[in-house]
Design a protein around this ligand. Structure first.
Ligand code: 5GP
Ligand code: ZN
Length: 141
C-alpha cells in the first residue's frame, strides 16, 4: 500500500467506495465522477503506478475481472457497448497514479465516438517508418 494513494485507501476501506467486485488481486468500484452511468474502475490491489510494472498474474487478473464485469455492467445499465481504457502515465492523462482500467458504458447514439476521436495530431508515417517502429518495439522488449 502507498500511504498517499487514494485508491489504496479505497481498497483498504479507509475511504468509502461503491464496490462492485473483489477477488484476491483485484478491486472494482464505481467512478465518483462518472462519464456514463455504470462507469467502473478496475484496479489491482497491490499499488503500482504503471501498467508495465504489473506482474503477469496480476495483469491477467485485472483483465479477467474487466472481461467478467463488462457484460454485467452492460446488463445493469442497459448499455449497448463498453469503452475499455487505461490512461497510463501522466502524459496519457492519468491523474491517479495507481493502475486502473476504466469501463465506460456506451449507448447507441451517445455521440461520443471511439478512442480515435480524441484530438490526436496523427503522425505522417510511410510503410518504411511503420516497419522501423515495429522493429524498434520488438527489439525493446
Ligand atoms: P485517470 O484520469 O487517472 O485515468 O482517472 C481517474 C479516475 O478516478 C477519474 O475518472 C476520477 O473521477 C476517479 N476518481 C478520482 N478520485 C476518486 C475517488 O476518490 N473515488 C472514486 N470512486 N473515483 C475517483
Ligand atoms: Zn495505490
Amino acid at each position: 500500500m502507498s500511504q498517499d494513494c487514494i485508491f489504496c485507501k479505497i481498497i483498504d476501506g479507509e475511504l468509502p467506495s461503491r464496490s462492485v467486485y473483489e477477488d484476491e488481486d483485484v478491486f472494482a468500484f464505481l467512478d465518483v465522477n462518472p462519464l456514463a452511468e455504470g462507469h467502473t474502475l478496475v484496479v489491482p490491489k497491490a499499488h503500482d503506478p504503471r501498467v508495465g510494472g504489473l506482474p503477469d498474474d496480476v495483469a491477467a487478473a485485472v483483465f479477467t475481472a474487466m472481461s467478467e464485469l463488462t457484460p454485467a455492467i452492460e446488463r445493469a445499465v442497459d448499455a449497448d457497448g463498453m469503452t475499455v481504457a487505461v490512461n497510463d502515465g501522466e502524459a496519457a492523462g492519468q491523474e491517479v497514479p495507481h493502475v486502473h482500467g476504466h469501463l465506460v458504458p456506451r449507448f447507441e447514439g451517445d455521440g461520443v465516438g471511439p478512442i480515435h476521436s480524441l484530438q490526436w495530431a496523427r503522425p505522417d508515417l510511410d510503410d518504411a517508418a511503420l516497419d522501423d517502429v515495429a522493429e524498434s518495439i520488438r527489439e525493446a522488449r
